[in-house]
Design a protein. Structure first.
Length: 227
C-alpha cells in the first residue's frame, strides 16, 4: 500500500524579494511499513520535502497525496485534525512543552483527540515503558537529558498510533551512543507496530537503519539506494 506520493513537486521561497527554487520536480513514493531516509547537504530540500508530506508547507506545483488525501485541498481546521490523528512528528529540537511533565507531553495528542482519561493513562503508561521513561514520567523537560527528551518526543509521536512518522534530524543533538539507542527503538517499533518512518538526516548512522536512502541535491532526488 502506498501511503505517500509526491509527483513533479516544485517549491520556491521568496527571500529578500528574490525567488529561490528549493524543490525542482521531486518524485517520491513511500509504502506502508517502510523506513526511508532523505540525505543531502544543507539547502538540498530535505526538510521542505518532510514539511510538504506533513502538511506544514505546500507545494507550488505538482501532486501531493498522503493516505490518498490531498492536503492542499484541506482547510486549516481539517488539516490540523488530519495531522493530529494520522501523522507523528519528531523534530531535532524536541519541541516539548516545557511546563508539562514527560507523561503530560506524551499524553497531549490524546487530549486533543478527546480520548477518555482512563484510556489515555493506560496508553501513556504503556508508551513510557516502551521508551524506557517510566522512572522519570513526572519530570519536566529541563529535568531530563537530551536522550530522554528525544524519547519523550518519540513517545508523543507514536502515542496516537500513526501510520507515518516524519523525523527531521532525530539524532542531530544527541551523542552517537544515545542516537544509536534512539534508532534501535524506532526500528523496533517499525518491526512490531509496522509504523512507517521517513527521516531527513546528515547522519550515516541513521541511514544505516533504513531500507531506502534518497539522495537530494539542489532540490531534486539524484540517487536512490536500497538495502
Amino acid at each position: 500500500m502506498i501511503l505517500v506520493t509526491l509527483q513533479d513537486v516544485y517549491k520556491d521561497y521568496i527571500m529578500a524579494k528574490t525567488r529561490v527554487p528549493v524543490l525542482k520536480g521531486v518524485n517520491l513514493q513511500l509504502a506502508a511499513g517502510e523506513m526511508a531516509c532523505l540525505m543531502g547537504p544543507s539547502g538540498s530540500g530535505k526538510t521542505t520535502v518532510l514539511n510538504i508530506i506533513g502538511g506544514i508547507d505546500f507545494a507550488d506545483r505538482g501532486r501531493v497525496s498522503v493516505y490518498n488525501q490531498d492536503l492542499q485541498a484541506m482547510g486549516d481546521k481539517q488539516l490540523s485534525a488530519f495531522r493530529n490523528k494520522t501523522l507523528g512528528f519528531i523534530f531535532q529540537y524536541f519541541n516539548l512543552i516545557p511546563v508539562l511533565t514527560a507523561f503530560e507531553n506524551i499524553e497531549y495528542p490524546l487530549v486533543l483527540q478527546r480520548v477518555g482519561k482512563k484510556e489515555r493513562r493506560r496508553r501513556v503508561e504503556a508508551m513510557l515503558e516502551a521508551v524506557g521513561l517510566s522512572a522519570v514520567k513526572n519530570h519536566r523537560p529541563d529535568e531530563l537529558s537530551g536522550g530522554q527528551r528525544q524519547r519523550v518526543a518519540i513517545g508523543r509521536a507514536l502515542i496516537t498510533r500513526p501510520k507515518l512518522v516524519i523525523a527531521d534530524e532525530p539524532t542531530g543533538n544527541l551523542d552517537h551512543r544515545t542516537g544509536k539507542a534512539i534508532m534501535e527503538l524506532m526500528k523496533e517499533m517499525n518491526e512490531k507496530e509496522k509504523t512507517t518512518f521517513i527521516f531527513a538526516t546528515h547522519d550515516p548512522m541513521v541511514s544505516s537503519y533504513t531500507r531506502r536512502v534518497l539522495h537530494l541535491l539542489d532540490g531534486a532526488i539524484v540517487k536512490e539506494e536500497k538495502a
